[in-house]
Design a binder for this molecule. Structure first.
Ligand SMILES: C[S@@+](CC[C@H](N)C(=O)[O-])C[C@H]1O[C@@H](n2cnc3c(N)ncnc32)[C@H](O)[C@@H]1O
Length: 240
């Protein structure tokens, strides 16, 4: 009787298992992307050219190098991934959407930044950090969606270290972005006001009113100021 080798069968089974594993992984990442409504726009889509220049701007303007950075309403935080690549900072990405944070975990590992950018599920109105925790706090495009915006500013100030800086934006694309990319984003954004597209629910305010929020939150006089990016974009800079 001829003894048949079982090796080919074994190899086929191993390949099938590996293939199923790979496909399963992709399915999981695809599912996470689907569960993140802003993914196509904020991370892979037309916002994509904004993040590296935005991180570079923060490094240049505020001399960031070491310490702790927090991105609030981070989604899958392309900002912290860029900041971690430019500096030695450790970043904490806070969002109320756990799917965005799971997707961030995948991106962080892919970028070789495991442990340098840490996803944290949380609400801006009750940040999961101790007092005086962060050297730098960033937030973009999230303040309009928070029910108690005064409380969010209070929490930001509590978590900031003495000597720390927060940069909280309502819109805005930063100053170092390529001008052509910027123009596209500005026109896209102005399309809402021109009636070309529906304005996302909750987007209105606070714009210039962010200084009023800071006052109501009881921040010391002189610790905050408004930075305007014409024609769209408002940032509240807070120094503790
Ligand atoms: C318009 S997206 C902005 C994402 C990103 N920062 C950007 O600029 O592209 C708003 C994000 O804020 C998150 N978010 C909304 N309310 C929040 C809250 N109270 N605390 C933390 N994150 C919140 C949403 O889940 C979403 O990821």
């Amino acid at each position: 009787m001829i003894k048949k080798s079982r090796r080919p069968v074994f190899i086929v089974i191993v390949c099938a298992i590996l293939l199923a594993g790979c496909t399963g992984g992709n399915d999981y990442v695809d599912m996470l992307k689907e569960k993140n409504p802003g993914y196509e726009r904020h991370i892979s889509g037309h916002f994509a050219p904004m993040w590296e220049p935005m991180a570079r701007q923060m490094v240049q303007e505020y001399g960031l190098g070491k310490g702790i950075a927090v991105d609030i309403g981070s989604s899958s935080s392309p900002f912290l991934i860029e900041l971690a690549a430019l500096t030695e900072m450790r970043g904490y990405a806070v969002d109320i959407n756990p799917w965005a944070l799971r997707l961030l975990g995948v991106f962080v590992d892919e970028a070789g930044l495991t442990g340098r950018v840490i996803p944290v599920e949380g609400d801006w109105q009750d940040l999961p950090f101790s007092d005086n925790f962060a050297d730098f706090i960033f937030s973009r495009g999230t303040i309009p969606f928070v029910p108690d915006q005064v409380q969010a500013i209070r929490e930001t100030y509590r978590v900031l270290k003495p000597g720390g800086i927060a940069f909280i934006g309502h819109g805005g694309f930063g100053t170092l972005i390529d001008q052509e990319d910027r123009e596209l984003l500005v026109q896209w954004r102005l399309g809402w006001d021109a009636g070309g597209r529906d304005r996302p629910e909750g987007w209105d305010g606070p714009k210039e009113g962010m200084t009023e929020l800071a006052m109501q939150a009881g921040l010391p006089d002189g610790s905050y100021k408004l930075i305007t990016e014409s024609p769209v974009g408002w940032w509240l800079e807070i120094r503790k």
